[in-house]
Design a protein around this ligand. Structure first.
Ligand SMILES: [Zn+2]
Length: 295
């Protein structure tokens, strides 16, 4: 898959490895504390603590962590490029529907993250939170996915440049699927399903959830179709790779990882056969009308 050199979205929030300031003494804080003491007679220790509280609140909200390794930078560039691709795909489609597309933000995190849907752990896998309209991804998930797919051993890594590394299309597919849930949120499909579920049995409700998941796969297919038209990004073997991923990150795999407070993107995604079918419908048609999984 080709991805370098395209636009990188500004909607990525990088919350990995921040906190470089934690525990350190901030010079600014000391200066402010000194001035407060000198001119306003405020206890310098109190003033210092107050400024520290402000700066740490600012740094936890900031989107750029202090020091990223080369691999981390590569990961955020990759994710930002795929997110930009989804923006460039869905903006014109929404225009055709007479709506304006409001892109989601995407949060990269390590270990644990606070989301609008509660606290989430990396072990849950990527998820979309409709409350804050953000996609959450722990990049270690990609690494695990690659191992799970057994991809690294199959290809001769030395022949692949970094950007052509195996598994990247499958990763892009996961991002596009999560953005698919955002589309459902914007179109009001998620809330309709939510409402219908409340008047159904558990089993019937789960069947609706499967349809929702399969539609997100179909929307991911639309992204692949439109992006191919626009950028010719697909390479030999990419589609097979995504199909393989759809098979291997099915329910059981994700469900095994799911623990904790947030209900992650793990319940009942449908069989791998269904997932492939709907992804391919989106991929071949590029048409949102083909993605009515509720019919
Ligand atoms: Zn999903």
């Amino acid at each position: 898959m080709r991805w370098k050199g395209r636009r990188i979205s500004t909607n990525v929030e990088d919350r990995r490895g921040g906190g470089a300031k934690a525990g350190g003494i901030s010079i600014l804080g000391l200066i402010v504390a000194f001035i407060a003491w000198k001119f306003f007679g405020v206890d310098p220790q109190q003033a210092y603590q107050a400024t520290q509280a402000v700066t740490s609140a600012q740094s936890s909200q900031g989107s750029a962590p202090q020091s990223l390794t080369g691999d981390q930078k590569e990961a955020s560039d990759f994710v930002g490029t795929i997110l930009a691709d989804t923006e460039d795909t869905w903006t014109p489609i929404f225009q055709q529907l007479g709506m304006s597309y409001k892109p989601p933000r995407l949060v990269l995190f390590n270990g644990v993250v606070r989301s609008g849907c509660g606290t989430a752990q990396a072990a849950m896998g990527p998820f979309y939170c409709p409350t804050d309209q953000k996609v959450y991804i722990d990049t270690s998930f990609f690494k695990e996915m690659r191992q799970q797919m057994g991809i690294s051993g199959e290809q001769n890594q030395t022949e692949l440049s970094r950007q052509d590394q195996a598994g990247d299309f499958a990763q892009a597919y996961v991002i596009a699927h999560e953005v698919g849930h955002h589309i459902q949120n914007l179109l009001g499909i998620s809330s309709q399903v939510q409402q219908a579920r409340s008047q159904m049995s558990q089993t019937q409700g789960n069947q609706l959830s499967v349809r929702l998941e399969l539609q997100a796969d179909c929307f991911a297919g639309i992204w692949a179709h439109q992006n191919q038209q626009r950028t010719q990004f697909l390479e030999q073997g990419d589609i097979e790779e995504a199909m393989d991923a759809a098979q291997k990150i099915g329910d059981d795999y994700l469900q095994k990882r799911a623990t904790g407070q947030v209900v992650p993107d793990s319940f009942t995604h449908g069989t791998s056969e269904q997932r492939m079918h709907w992804f391919q419908l989106g991929l071949k048609s590029g048409d949102i009308n083909q993605c009515d999984t509720f019919k």
